[in-house]
Design a protein around this ligand. Structure first.
Ligand code: BG6
Length: 484
């Protein structure tokens, strides 16, 4: 792994504290950092190097997966950190920053490889990229890479504009767009599952699969994010990115463990093959909803409109479900049902693959057997379950479902940010969102966003603490299916 400088914009922010410093530290402890590296933290505030290092250390104590008990190791790690104050939009500050970066590169005798991590509000992506170029920070003799995190635009047009701006400084292969769902171990496992298991491989596709259900349910409400969330909603916040990425990953069908380019090409094909929704028939394929007051795990909680900072007349979607089909011979006729919402009964991200039935089961007439299900638990606990049918040892002639279940026996597994930063450091872009995927995802949701803005799709309601609106059940019932 090449020695490099990690230039972190937003170094005093929340994400840095909770995720980025712990991720860097865990990589360091696991010997997954370059042998020599420098970290330059940037923020508006004036902070001394010593104070900055103390903040980083405090974040390790609170948020790190590996406890920072080896004082010498922590000291060595922190020794790589420097701080420089910077106004994101002021070119002069970038010139000063260039001097600091170069000085550290010389001190450490490392090449001019620079990783720019933008942990800042999206309105700063463009000015930062431009100033990196104008100041010469981006034209060292080594490589340069950019890590950014969603939102990548607010709609198709703004996403295209943003991308064009970024492309004037960074080539596509230099941009690492984090979708943290792609860093989750079970999501990374999806590719391997279908590519390395003949059993799975043989069953994948529309011969045996009846439908695929992708759920990300959350118990949290809008919390302190009203200003952001009330103008974003579930479609933009979760569906356009995380949920469609999960769809692209579960529908991969690769003959073998593949290269990043092959995975990307497959994902792009999937995104391209999403059948566009007809504007007149949107409500047969999608459900939007908002939570009302309810009871969440024994505690009363207020409705969305009573959350602090939410507009009293807001029609924002806190829940979204959709039925999608792919124009791909492999998946023809298989519905992908996707749902995500806040203030639901449980925190759970999972994919359920329902197999077709009946095969010739040999059951007597009128007797029904349950569908075989493959359930992939992505979080908060990782696991996998296969539901099969079995003869009851107790009741003659009775067939009952039986579950083969796997729960990961690893504890303390690397977190999404660790996996992703590690991949970016060794320039493996498999689990980052490629521009084509982002653009195609926005294209698919565009008519939905327009219909929401024009209030052309009914807004359903659900009580907090439930499994969502009844309309989401009807979405599947029209195909004779139900959510698992
Ligand atoms: C974020 C969304 O991207 O993902 C949040 O902005 C959401 O609204 C979060 O809560 C869910 O992530 P996880 O990893 O907790 O399932």
């Amino acid at each position: 792994m090449d020695s490099m400088t990690f230039v972190l914009f937003g170094a005093t922010g929340d994400l840095a504290k909770r995720k980025i410093y712990p991720a860097l530290y865990n990589l360091y402890v696991d010997q997954k950092m370059p042998s020599s590296f420098s970290v330059i933290g940037l923020g508006r505030r004036e902070v001394s190097d010593a104070d900055f290092q103390a903040r980083v250390e405090a974040s390790l104590h609170t948020f790190s997966r590996r406890s920072p008990e080896d004082a010498a190791k922590v000291r060595d790690f922190l020794g790589a950190f420097r701080y420089t104050s910077l106004n994101n939009t002021k070119l002069e500050d970038y010139k000063k920053l260039l001097e600091v970066v170069e000085q550290r590169e010389q001190e450490l005798g490392i090449p001019q490889n620079r990783m720019f991590y933008l942990s800042v509000a999206p309105e700063f992506f463009e000015p930062i990229a431009e100033n990196i170029k104008e100041s010469g920070l981006g034209s060292g003799s080594g490589w340069k890479r950019l890590i950014i995190e969603k939102p990548f635009g607010h709609d198709l047009v703004s996403a295209i504009q943003l991308n064009e701006k970024l492309n004037s400084t960074f080539a596509e292969e230099e941009i690492y767009r984090i979708d943290h769902f792609l860093g989750k171990p079970m999501v990374q496992n999806l590719e391997v599952l279908s590519a390395t298991n003949p059993v799975m491989h043989a069953l994948w596709g529309n011969h045996y699969i009846s439908n695929v259900q992708i759920t990300a349910s959350e118990t949290v409400g809008v919390e302190e994010r009203a200003e952001y969330y009330d103008h974003t909603g579930a479609v933009r916040d979760m569906f356009q990115n995380h949920m469609l990425q999960l769809l692209m990953m579960i529908s991969l069908h690769l003959p073998k463990k593949s290269s990043p380019d092959e995975v990307r090409a497959k994902k792009r094909n999937t995104a391209q093959s999403l059948i566009p929704l007809e504007e007149e028939a949107l409500d047969q394929h999608i459900v939007r909803a908002q939570y009302q007051a309810g009871d969440l795990q024994g505690k009363p909680v207020v409705g969305y409109l009573d959350e602090p900072g939410i507009e009293a007349t807001s029609k924002n979607d806190t829940y979204f479900a959709a039925r999608l089909f792919l124009d791909d011979p492999f998946w023809t006729g298989v519905p992908f049902y996707v749902r995500t919402g806040k203030r639901l009964s449980e925190k759970s991200t999972r994919i359920v693959v329902e197999f077709k039935q009946p095969l010739s089961t040999g059951t007597s007439e009128g007797e029904s057997v349950s569908a075989n299900l493959l359930t992939i638990d992505i979080g908060p606990k990782e696991g996998m379950r296969l539901t099969l049918n079995s003869k009851s040892p107790m009741h003659h002639d009775t067939i009952e479902p039986m579950e083969l279940s796997f729960n990961s026996s690893y504890d303390n597994v690397p977190e999404a940010y660790e996996n992703l930063i590690f991949d970016a450091l060794r320039s493996d872009a498999t689990f980052f969102a490629h521009w084509d995927e982002v653009e195609l995802s926005w294209r698919w949701v565009e008519p939905i966003l327009k219909a929401f803005a024009a209030d052309e799709v009914p807004l359903n309601y659900y009580a907090a603490g439930t499994e969502g609106p009844a309309a989401a059940d009807e979405l599947l019932a029209q195909d004779g299916n139900r959510w698992h």
